[in-house]
Design a protein around this ligand. Sequence first.
Ligand code: ATP
Length: 219
Amino acid sequence: MKKEFAVIGLGRFGGSIVRELIELDADVMAIDISSERVDEYAHIATQAVAADTTDESVLRSIGIRNFEHVVVAIGENIQASILTTLMLKEIGVKKITVKAQNDSHEKVLRKIGADQVVHPERDMGIRIANNMVSNNILDYLELSDEYSIAEIKANDKLVGSTLIDLDIRAKYGVNIVAIKRGKHILVSPQAIEKIRLEDILIVIGSDEEIHKFEKKALH
Ligand code: ATP
């Protein structure tokens, strides 16, 4: 059985979620209040529907309850985003992901029970800034205000050493949860694993610890 998703709001963010889900072989209902936007997705999504999702009866009539995960990607109209999320909760949709415009919007969304709140522009800004500050940090994903996961390129200082030799957890407080080696990923690498050139370390820790590790261990 294919997974079934619905995406509400077909701006750049919602639209790219629709395209990628289809690419990943899921069934997607694409929904927008604008019929022009809906027409754009008629041949891309499994179904494309024009609807005002702030109206509970409209949401019920399109069978929104049957979707296991619904994304609310309404951007500028914060009121419509909040009302839509509220209606989805009322109807009993199991999982709701919502795009937030700012911190106050996020607070309200969390209060009314959104399962996941994302800030694509802010998060991408953080990732790019981290990569600009250090060429070794290839990617950076915030888990909370304090903790993150980073992809860090191993350099000559680390190559040839085992994880025991480096003693990274004791020295820097970060954990290496996986090593990307070409197309392979070693999950929970063993302590005797030797780091090779071109390895990418996937580390988890507080922002402070990750930056300390990056500065001290790699320079
Ligand atoms: P992006 O940056 O991803 O392009 P955005 O933040 O600019 O997005 P908007 O264009 O403001 O997003 O909104 C996304 C879509 O949400 C629009 O196509 C808009 O028509 C749709 N939308 C707004 N209100 C509603 C509503 N009540 N019901 C359904 N769709 C809506």
